[in-house]
Design a protein around this ligand. Structure first.
Ligand SMILES: [Zn+2]
Length: 284
């Protein structure tokens, strides 16, 4: 009799990389190992653009990234979280360029693997930077979010980033059922034990994300995200959302934490990117 573990019960992918193993241990101390550097990769290969909403932070084209990252890796950086930015690629209702061969994240992953073989590479997974309406999912003909179509498309995007070489896929869309769809997609692609899933567990509809939406050029053109991100202060919903993700097999949850003060002492740099993510591992 053949027995296969269901996608939600696959644990190996939560500790397949040395940095992930440090995340699984108690990590209440802020150290380079449990900070991620969010990087915005723009589709102009030779571009370096300062992000106006986050002065001192930049979008980098594929050809400019190695030079920008090298000093931080030399100082101890262990992981990055990649966000794609489409300024030239056409946006449409199906987010065609979210994982096309022209997508800057798809193109930079293999290069990062080659330049920095020990670096843990995570990719933000969401459609909003690639849809013409700027929402995180697929809209139906009635203009409302089509959750099923959204999670199928998001899972395909995640699997394609994994096939390109990402160690972690990190959905930030807040669609119902996304973790299960992604884990099943990874398992079907033969990557279930080799790619971790890191997610916002409870993402509130908040102006706090405004600077990141500007950085990723992903603000919605019409309406807002209150129909799928959680109402601020909804503690009960946040707990239910988190439990449902864990049951579906989520490996890690995170929240962006402003770490400017820490980064001077950790990376011993006079000038440093201001925003790093602190990873809180979920242990059950
Ligand atoms: Zn989004």
């Amino acid at each position: 009799m053949e027995h296969r573990p269901s996608a939600k019960n696959v644990l190996h992918s939560g500790y397949h990389h040395p940095v992930l193993r440090t995340w699984q241990c108690p990590n209440t101390i802020v150290r380079p190992e449990n900070l991620m550097f969010p990087i915005f990769i723009i589709d102009g290969d030779n571009d370096v653009q300062e992000i106006t909403s986050m002065p001192g932070n930049y979008r980098y084209g594929v050809n400019k990234l190695k030079e920008a990252l090298q000093p931080v890796v030399d100082d101890g950086l262990k992981s990055v979280l990649l966000f794609g930015v489409a300024q030239n690629l056409a946006k449409d209702g199906l987010a065609t360029h979210a994982d096309s061969s022209d997508n800057p994240v798809m193109r930079v992953i293999p290069k990062l693997r080659e330049w920095f073989p020990d670096l843990l590479i995570a990719c933000d997974v969401c459609l909003c930077a690639y849809t013409d309406h700027g929402h995180c999912g697929i809209l139906g003909a009635d203009g409302y979010l089509d959750n099923q179509a959204s999670i199928e498309r998001i899972a395909r995007q995640a699997v394609n980033y994994a096939k390109a070489g990402a160690h972690i896929v990190a959905p930030s869309d807040m669609m119902d059922g996304r973790i299960g769809a992604i884990k099943e997609g990874l398992t079907k692609a033969g990557l279930g034990s080799r790619v971790s899933v890191l997610s916002y567990a409870a993402k509130f509809a908040s102006v706090m994300y405004g600077p990141f939406r500007d950085a990723a050029k992903s603000a919605p053109g019409k309406g807002d995200r209150k129909g799928y991100q959680l109402p601020p202060g909804s503690a009960g919903l946040a707990a239910r959302a988190t439990v449902s993700l864990l049951v579906a097999g989520l490996h890690f949850a995170y929240h962006p934490v402003f770490t400017h003060g820490f980064c001077h002492s950790i990376f011993k740099r006079k000038k440093c990117q201001k925003n790093l993510f602190h990873i809180s591992t979920v242990k059950i």
